[in-house]
Design a protein around this ligand. Structure first.
Ligand code: FAD
Length: 478
């Protein structure tokens, strides 16, 4: 706890000094810690996963329960402070931390309760994917989440959530049944269930615009625990064929399977043959959530496109499959990601993707091709805030270690995406957002105009002063 006054930056941009006694009073109300500059944990607590983000909040409230969140949000309200909300801290745009304002940090709120009979789970707003998977898999169940276990469920769910189960069971947000939310001013409301259905609609894709979500309740599905995974790296010269196969296989494969293809250069690690290190590859990956023997036969075609660089496929526990890509994204490296949504994968697009991948300045960057459809694709555009469901999502990930290489990596992503825009539906996946430099235009195109108008109405009702603005921001008009 701080014993000195703290200088804060108000929403209006003015610097104000808040007395030590007022800060101490907030600290005494919290069960969790309140960190200000000078606190031993402050420097670590202000960091997020993306090392490109270097911000210094005035206060970080490490919330342990909903009452802590209410106290923090009321304090922000009283002092007209900008509020950033931190779930897992893995948002690529770094919106979980703000200069001069207050961070409502939910990282201590990671408990998960499962009701196996009802096939539901309720998870704290700071949970990581691994927390939910561990708890649900104890009952042979899973919520459809993303593919890297260390990332947060909050950002994932609030802007969609695509993973290995998307064609079988939909996006993460499609499986959100209810949520507890602390809205501006510190009111605790329920979305869904017996609570506000319109707020639940908005939380299913509309991002962190409406308040702090302190818990998420998900519908669960039978998965594993032992499942079959296909994960094969083919040589770069076969890349066009591999990408096109990903699309054609997806068109006829059972919906249980949600393939992902990505192109990059072979990591220089023991998992890969040394002679291939640094060479271009095209990877095909998919999970079959059912019986492993059936999964092996359904996934076999993904393993038969000729001689691979390496075939890491095999039966494994679902929780292990969820960690297969974890090591590719070290904390504190630099990341700049963007995406485009497409109706189809034309040969013209494939040619461009391969030219872009070959030109990537960093060996750790990839271009990811998510082939969708199935349960995810069937949800009507107006059923959730997420909007229209793209048949294909292209994700461009600049992943690099060296701060001095930022400009060329950012330019690589921006220029590549610009070149693909003529082929795009106009929308992007808001969980792979770069730094939202396109602003409003991109949001409108991604949600669709009708959904955007409906989201503005929810925002006007719940947050007319735009307290929650560090996100893909839906500006209130009230
Ligand atoms: P944070 O940085 O904590 O927050 C992100 C945003 O959500 C911020 O605007 C924040 O204010 C808001 N927010 C956070 N918590 C709350 C809350 N409790 N209430 C209200 N608002 C909140 N996405 C996929 O769909 N599928 C994938 O497979 C996938 N893989 C990924 C792999 C890696 C390595 C990374 C870094 C990201 C991946 N993503 C994926 C994208 C990921 O879903 C987003 O980055 C997401 O925002 C991370 O959530 P978080 O809670 O960790 O983020």
């Amino acid at each position: 706890m701080t014993t000195t006054d703290v200088t804060l930056l108000t929403l209006g941009g003015d610097e104000v000094s808040v007395g030590a006694s007022r800060i101490a009073e907030l600290g005494s109300r919290l069960r969790g810690d309140l960190l200000a500059p000078g606190h031993a944990d402050y420097e670590q607590a202000r960091l997020v996963w993306n090392g490109m983000i270097d911000r210094r909040p005035a206060l970080i409230a490490r919330c342990r329960d909903v009452e802590d969140v209410v106290a923090a949000v009321r304090f922000a309200d009283e002092h007209e402070l900008p509020v950033a909300v931190r779930g897992g801290g893995h948002g690529v745009a770094g919106h979980a931390v703000v200069d001069g304002g207050l961070v409502v940090d939910l990282s201590p709120m990671r408990s998960v309760e499962v009701d196996p009979a009802a096939r539901t789970a309720r998870a704290g707003g700071g949970s990581r994917l691994a927390d939910v998977d561990r708890a649900t898999q104890a009952h042979g169940l899973a919520a459809p989440l993303g593919v890297v276990s260390r990332t947060g469920i909050a950002g994932l769910t609030l802007s969609g959530g695509i993973g290995w189960l998307r064609r079988a069971y939909g996006l993460t947000c499609d499986n959100l049944l209810a949520a507890q939310v602390v809205t501006a001013g510190g009111r605790v409301v329920t979305a869904g269930g017996d609570g506000d259905p319109e707020l639940l609609w908005a939380l299913r894709g509309g991002g962190g615009n409406f308040g702090v979500v302190t818990s998420f309740e998900y519908r669960l599905h039978p998965v594993g625990p032992e499942i079959m995974v296909a994960f094969v790296l083919y040589p770069g010269e076969r890349a066009a064929e591999v990408i096109e196969f990903c699309a054609s296989y997806t068109a006829t494969a059972p919906e249980a399977v949600s393939p992902l293809c990505f192109v990059g250069r072979v990591p220089r690690t023991e998992a890969f043959p040394e002679e291939a290190h640094g060479l271009p590859y095209a990877a095909l990956a998919a999970v079959h959530p059912g019986d492993p023997a059936e999964g092996a036969s359904v996934l076999q075609p993904l393993r038969e496109l000729g001689r691979p660089i390496v075939d890491l496929s095999g039966p494994m526990r679902y929780t292990e499959a969820q960690t297969l890509l974890d090591e590719d994204y070290p904390d504190g490296w630099r990341y700049y990601w963007k995406s485009v949504e497409l109706d189809e994968l034309s040969p013209d697009v494939v040619r461009r993707v391969l030219a872009h991948a070959a030109a990537a300045p960093s060996d750790h960057s990839t271009v990811d091709v998510w082939c969708n459809g199935g349960a995810m694709g069937r949800v009507p555009a107006d059923a959730t805030a997420f909007g229209a469901r793209p048949a294909v999502l292209l994700g461009y990930e600049a992943n690099f270690e060296d701060a001095a290489a930022a400009d060329e990596n950012v330019a690589w992503v921006r220029d590549s995406i610009d070149e693909l825009r003529p082929f795009s539906t106009g929308g992007a996946y808001l969980n792979f957002p770069g730094f939202f430099e396109e602003g409003d235009e991109l949001l409108r195109a991604s949600f669709g105009e009708a959904n955007y108008a409906r989201l503005v109405a929810v925002k006007n009702a719940l947050d007319p002063a735009n307290v929650f603005r560090f996100n893909g921001n839906i500006a209130p008009t009230a």
